[in-house]
Design a protein around this ligand. Structure first.
Ligand SMILES: Nc1nc2c(c(=O)[nH]1)N[C@@H](CN(C=O)c1ccc(C(=O)N[C@@H](CCC(=O)O)C(=O)O)cc1)CN2
Length: 287
């Protein structure tokens, strides 16, 4: 292995420490930032993520409210919960943990969250603002990836960036952020012909498909920076990314591990978005 390991755990701890300082400053002005997380159902992975989000919030000095709802909660009831949170002045950020049970329209749920409290950055208004270069909230995972690239001093101006996976929550916003930073962006999807021909052009390669091992070392340009967004639990219980780590690390100049890479940054950037939402409220009330 020759690649440098990009330590998401260490960077997320730094970011969370900076957020904690901003929380202290805001509290001194009488505002406690508050995050509400709605969890529908009992998906074990979602339960872990929600618990970790709440714990990170509390550790940073924020107010955290977790709202667990049964898997068969009617859609209308979930929308009522969101409306109540939209109107609650103690709550500055709202997120609904995904995925949702099949009987619920995810798009409708996201659009019901007030765009000003949409700390996931998934609301169509926030997606539009990001696309037009005026971001309010950047989606946490791609935002975390940008923070990792910045911390590694990766030069993005004019760089070839290739993203594998075109989801609304990672791939598409990732493309917008890399484009805004001056990269030439290629966004691959499940229909892309000859994926390796695309990935081999990448100076920065971001993989977010949920398919373990879809990218192997022979698909990577020597010296590329490889960001693995995938989190896949194998039957053995082992957690792996979308990139075959050993073969990729032999070729790349830097690579994120799984676990301990992008995942912890997702939670750190959620705290950043929440403190920004609360600071914005404070500025609004001071004007
Ligand atoms: N409303 C949202 N739902 C989902 C999001 C999101 O950003 N907003 N992203 C993912 C899940 N996710 C956050 O919610 C998330 C996934 C993984 C991690 C993480 O820290 N992973 C650890 C490993 C944890 C484990 O042992 O399972 C790591 O990679 O080191 C944090 C957040 C889908 N849903």
């Amino acid at each position: 292995m020759s690649a440098r390991i990009i330590d998401g755990k260490a960077l997320s701890a730094r970011v969370r420490g900076e957020v904690a300082e901003r929380v202290r400053a805001l509290k001194a002005q009488g505002i406690t930032p508050g995050l509400a997380v709605v969890l529908v159902g009992e998906d074990p992975a979602s339960q872990v993520y929600v618990r970790n989000k709440a714990a990170a919030c509390t550790a940073a000095g924020m107010h955290s409210r977790v709202i667990p709802l049964a898997a068969d909660t009617p859609e209308g009831e979930l929308l009522d919960v969101i409306e109540a949170l939209n109107a609650d002045p103690a709550i500055h950020g709202i997120l609904v943990q995904l995925p949702l049970p099949g009987h619920i329209d995810t798009g409708l749920v996201i659009e019901t969250i007030s765009a000003a409290k949409d700390v996931d950055g998934f609301h169509v208004s926030n997606a539009g603002l990001l696309m037009t270069g005026r971001p309010l909230f950047r989606p946490c995972t791609p935002y975390g990836v940008m923070k990792m690239l910045e911390s590694e001093n990766v030069s993005l101006r004019g760089a070839e960036a290739v993203i594998v996976g075109a989801s609304n929550i990672v791939g598409k916003p990732m493309a917008m952020l890399l484009l805004a930073a001056g990269a030439t962006v290629t966004l691959c999807n499940s229909k892309t012909r000859d994926l390796g021909a695309q990935t081999r052009r990448a100076d920065v390669l971001v993989v977010a498909t949920g398919k373990p091992g879809i990218v192997t070392g022979d698909m990577i340009k020597p010296g590329a920076v490889v960001i693995d967004v995938g989190i896949n639990r194998l039957e053995s219980g082992k957690l792996v990314g979308d990139v075959d780590f050993d073969s990729a690390a032999a070729v790349a100049s830097a690579i994120t591990p799984v676990p301990g890479g992008v995942g912890p940054m997702t939670i750190a950037m959620l705290l950043v978005n929440t403190i920004e939402a609360a600071e914005r409220t404070q500025r609004g009330s001071a004007e």
